[in-house]
Write a protein that binds this ligand. Structure first.
Ligand code: ATP
Ligand code: MG
Ligand code: FE
Length: 346
């Protein structure tokens, strides 16, 4: 069976196509992404109106490129999946409307699915079926969550989440303080390689002995970095950008991996998946590999292309739903900006 996935929750217009084998295995046939990230760069963050307009312009061409890359026609698609939420309302509307139109045109079922579950499903395109239950650390521009995945096609429970900024958001804000380009993850990652991660002791939010839960906080860290840089500038001293980047990155990777490993251990789960844009971070995956190995947990991190927003991950989740025999979404389902992570399918 061929499943086509459409993603438009933020600033990437993605169309992915996968083939679901009789054995439940997935083959990636196409993964086309058009990003409006450059249009948002000068604002230092995604501008919703600009993103919606860009989706509208990119949707049909991206669909054309994906079908061409897979070497199929629209009539060859057996089922469609689309991100129904969470995300920006206007951005989601473009994808959901397009998906309804394409599915109706060829009279195929349509699954309105959860973007966050899609991030987790992306890993199955690279590493095969997910051992379940597993723990997912989802770290992106808008989310930072620990999820217990008992069934990717239906049972996902949030066990922790950020109480303020997402990890990616902290990267983007710190990049701004350091005069590095937007989005901040890649340039900070690169700078950090030339710096000393122990140069500055930045705070690790919510890691005290009384913080037994699995929530995260990055807003204090972001403020601490800004204060540190301001103090330097006030004293007329140069800012050692590589050391600040490395020390900030170390604080983020330390907190994320420490909590994720503790959660997996306490829940008795022996597989961890890291996904979302920040999973592309070299120190996060490096430290996670070390700590997971020490704790006897097997770690899966998809390649960077599958970590950031794309349509292939939505197609993958759609394929898992088809394989599980799930009912397609009702024809009147809408875009749901605040869709909770435990709702995998509308
Ligand atoms: P969400 O999935 O929560 O709706 P989003 O679509 O913005 O949000 P992604 O595209 O998954 O999220 O991730 C984008 C974020 O990933 C940005 O904040 C960016 O700075 C961060 N990022 C990308 N590469 C890296 C990296 N190497 N290190 C750290 N962060 C990174
Ligand atoms: Mg993005
Ligand atoms: Fe995302």
């Amino acid at each position: 069976k061929i499943i086509l996935g459409i993603e438009s929750s933020c600033d990437e217009t993605g169309v992915g196509i996968v083939r679901l084998g009789a054995d439940g295995g997935l083959e990636l046939l196409a993964d086309e992404v058009a990003s409006s990230v450059e249009q948002h760069a000068r604002f230092g963050g995604v501008v919703p109106e600009v993103a919606s307009r860009a989706h509208l312009e990119a949707m049909v061409p991206t669909m054309g490129r994906a079908l061409h890359a897979a070497g199929i026609a629209l009539t060859d698609v057996d089922a469609f999946a689309v991100t129904a939420g969470p995300g920006l309302a206007g951005a989601l509307l473009v994808g959901v409307s397009a998906a309804k139109a394409y599915a109706a045109a060829v009279d195929r079922p349509l699954y309105g699915v959860n973007h966050l579950a899609g991030h987790v499903a992306a890993d199955t395109l690279q590493h095969g079926p997910l051992p379940q239950p597993c723990l997912a650390l989802l770290v992106s521009g808008g989310h930072t969550q620990l999820l217990l995945v008992e069934d990717i096609a239906g049972k996902i429970t949030e066990i922790g989440s950020t109480i303020d900024d997402a990890a990616g958001e902290a990267y983007d804000k710190v990049a701004r303080v350091l005069d590095l380009p937007y989005p901040g993850g890649p340039p900070i990652d690169k700078m950090a390689k030339q710096g000393d991660p122990n140069a500055i002791a930045f705070p690790r939010g919510l890691t005290g002995p009384r913080d037994a839960r699995f929530d995260f906080s990055f807003s204090g860290l972001k403020t601490a970095v800004a204060r540190w840089v301001e103090a330097r500038e006030r004293d007329g001293e140069p800012v050692p950008v590589p050391d600040v980047a490395a020390s900030f990155q170390e604080a983020v990777a330390d907190v994320l991996t420490a909590k994720a490993v503790r959660a997996a251990t306490e829940l008795g789960v022996d597989t961890m998946v890291i996904s979302g844009g920040v999973a592309a971070n070299s120190r996060l995956s490096g430290l996670a590999a070390e700590r997971c190995a020490a704790a006897g947990i097997s770690l899966r991190v998809p390649r960077p292309r599958l970590c950031t927003d794309n349509g292939a991950m939505i197609a993958a989740l759609g394929a898992h739903l088809v394989a599980a025999g799930a009912e397609p979404s009702p024809p009147d389902f809408g875009a749901t900006p605040g869709l909770p992570v435990d709702t995998v399918l509308l």
